[in-house]
Design a protein around this ligand. Structure first.
Ligand SMILES: CC(C)(COP(=O)(O)OP(=O)(O)OC[C@H]1O[C@@H](n2cnc3c(N)ncnc32)[C@H](O)[C@@H]1OP(=O)(O)O)[C@@H](O)C(=O)NCCC(=O)NCCS
Length: 162
């Protein structure tokens, strides 16, 4: 397993993993999959700022961690949010923690101040990964969103980087 910086050449592999989560999971609260250009537009700001990593196994991208600023408002320019997704077979072996910890370091190096994670409250793997990567619980919003006819609570976790 190799973890390396993502490039725009990884956009389609990242889009495939993200679209699978949109289709099949409640980790991301939308049902609208991204097409090729939307996937590239989502990835590009993170590649440009150097806060996007992929995990590769036998030449195949099996997961990613991508960090974006949380808002276009200038006051939020050092406040960022992460997205970490693995293909099914890659889960449960420490890879999510390695990717998230890696992207935390990338963010720290470029001067990001605070990183947040927005997590469906029943997502124990994501909460565990965040705890192991240095995040702490910062908030809980009951009935924050919905998908597949169910309403979900949101856990907010954060880490101060600089
Ligand atoms: C969330 C995700 C990225 C975590 O990555 P991972 O490689 O599976 O997680 P790790 O193996 O690094 O696990 C970290 C910790 O989380 C906990 N954990 C992991 N999988 C778990 C599970 N299925 N159930 C409960 N706790 C779990 C454990 O405490 C684990 O630490 P340990 O193995 O030392 O006990 C991955 O499971 C995934 O892609 N899930 C679907 C997409 C998703 O939910 N993304 C996050 C959106 S907020």
């Amino acid at each position: 397993m190799t973890i390396r910086n993502a490039t725009m050449a990884d956009s389609e592999a990242i889009r495939a993993i993200r679209n699978a989560a949109i289709r099949d999971s409640t980790a991301i609260w939308t049902t609208e999959e991204l097409d090729t250009s939307e996937g590239a537009a989502w990835l590009k700001p993170a590649v440009d700022r150097g806060t996007a990593l992929v995990a590769e196994l036998d030449g195949m991208v099996v997961g990613f961690a991508v960090v974006h600023t949380v808002s276009p408002y200038s006051g939020y320019r050092r406040t960022v949010e992460n997205s970490v997704y693995l293909s099914d077979a890659a889960r449960g072996h420490g890879l999510g923690t390695a990717l998230l910890s890696g992207v935390v370091e990338k963010s720290r190096e470029i001067g990001d101040r605070t990183m947040i994670s927005l997590i469906e409250a029943n997502n124990a793997a994501s909460i565990g990964m965040n705890l192991k990567s240095g995040f702490h619980r910062a908030g809980f919003i009951p009935r924050a969103g919905e998908k597949f006819g169910q309403v979900f609570d949101l856990v907010i976790m954060c880490q101060e980087l600089n």
